[in-house]
Design a protein around this ligand. Structure first.
Ligand code: ADP
Length: 313
């Protein structure tokens, strides 16, 4: 096990921000830490990085304790904080040289590492430019590059796509996928399930400082009552009796009506064809139909009765 987080807690005054969180990261694994704003994600990663002292619990990296001042363990971690940390009046390359110097890198090695990380985040052609001329996404990528200079085994990113344009968002994903291919371990916090699902092989869901689920995306899908959705559009709004009939069909887990449209939850996608055949047999013409896999986005709602965000992305 690369990282082992055991029952860590942290309070700010009377507020318990993190309340007995445990999870693990294996070498080469990407763990997505997901939860709504205020769930305790940043506080959790700050403790893992040794920036904040845990009130209780233990954190070990490669078997060694991580804590305030535990520099050997810290060297194995690269941290990309939510707030950007860059010097606006130094060029991208000068920023990296400064950060590299803090890790004790110098000379030819520092130069080579700067070139490697700039290429990895696809900013090599902007090395001489000031971050003040960069978009929010490019600044974020430079921050990721800075966190990679010392070749950490574990890269921790706290909400790396907040305030990032779509182009940089894709560049960030490409960078992270390249790191995964190199066998690096990642922890990625987000309140967007879709992002975490794309990158993570394990998802830890936290809410009010507690772990609600710690599973593979596939296992999380299994916890959703509906695995697939069938959307059908009828010529007119269907009556309640029809809704009840659809709800009673094999494999149907739920039906919602929106005007002439029905959103039908299915336990499995295989039930879609028989449901469509039933409409046909009943002589109900469909103007349109489509099927979709249910989104993991629904899992949080399912676990807590609340949605992950106040507003959709
Ligand atoms: P997340 O990263 O999931 O949005 P945080 O870890 O930032 O959550 O915050 C968890 C809880 O702790 C929130 O209720 C937040 O208001 C509180 N909190 C975070 N940092 C501080 C701080 N420095 N002082 C007081 N309360 C804090």
């Amino acid at each position: 096990m690369l990282l082992s987080v055991q029952q860590i807690s942290k309070s700010y005054g009377a507020r318990k921000a993190v309340d007995g969180v445990s999870f693990q990261v294996r070498p080469g694994q990407t763990v997505g830490l997901i939860g709504p704003n205020g769930a305790g994600k940043s506080t959790t990663v700050a403790m893992i990085c040794g920036l904040l002292r845990a009130d209780a619990g233990s954190i070990t990296l490669d078997g060694a304790a991580v804590g305030l001042g535990a520099s050997a363990a810290k060297r194995k971690i690269g941290f990309v904080p939510q707030d950007l940390a860059l010097y606006e009046d130094l060029s991208a390359l000068e920023n990296l040289k400064l950060f590299g110097g803090l890790y004790g890198l110098k000379g030819a090695l520092l130069k080579a590492r700067c070139e490697q990380v700039l290429a990895l985040v696809r900013l090599n052609d902007r090395a001489a430019d000031l971050p003040s001329s960069f978009s929010g996404g490019m600044k974020r990528r430079l921050n990721i590059a800075a966190a990679l200079l010392h070749e950490p085994q574990l890269l921790i990113l706290d909400e790396p796509t907040v305030g990032v344009d779509p182009q940089s968002r894709n560049a960030i994903f490409d960078t992270l996928e390249a790191l995964q291919a190199q066998g690096r371990s990642l922890i990625y916090t987000s309140h967007y399930m879709e992002e975490v699902e794309r990158l993570a092989d394990h998802i830890v869901i936290i809410d009010h400082g507690k772990v609600l689920a710690d599973e593979t995306p596939a296992a999380l899908y299994q916890r959703l009552p509906a695995q697939a959705a069938l959307h059908v559009e009828l010529a007119q709004a269907p009556p309640d009796t029809l809704l009840r009939q659809v709800r009673a069909l094999p494999g149907v887990t739920g039906v919602e009506r929106a005007g002439a449209r029905l959103d039908i939850g299915l336990g499995d996608a295989v039930h879609a064809a028989p449901v469509l055949a039933w409409f046909n047999a009943e002589g109900l013409a469909l103007l349109h139909f489509s099927t979709a896999r249910t989104s993991l986005e629904n899992i949080f709602l399912n676990l807590t009765g609340r949605s992950l965000r106040d507003t959709p992305p």
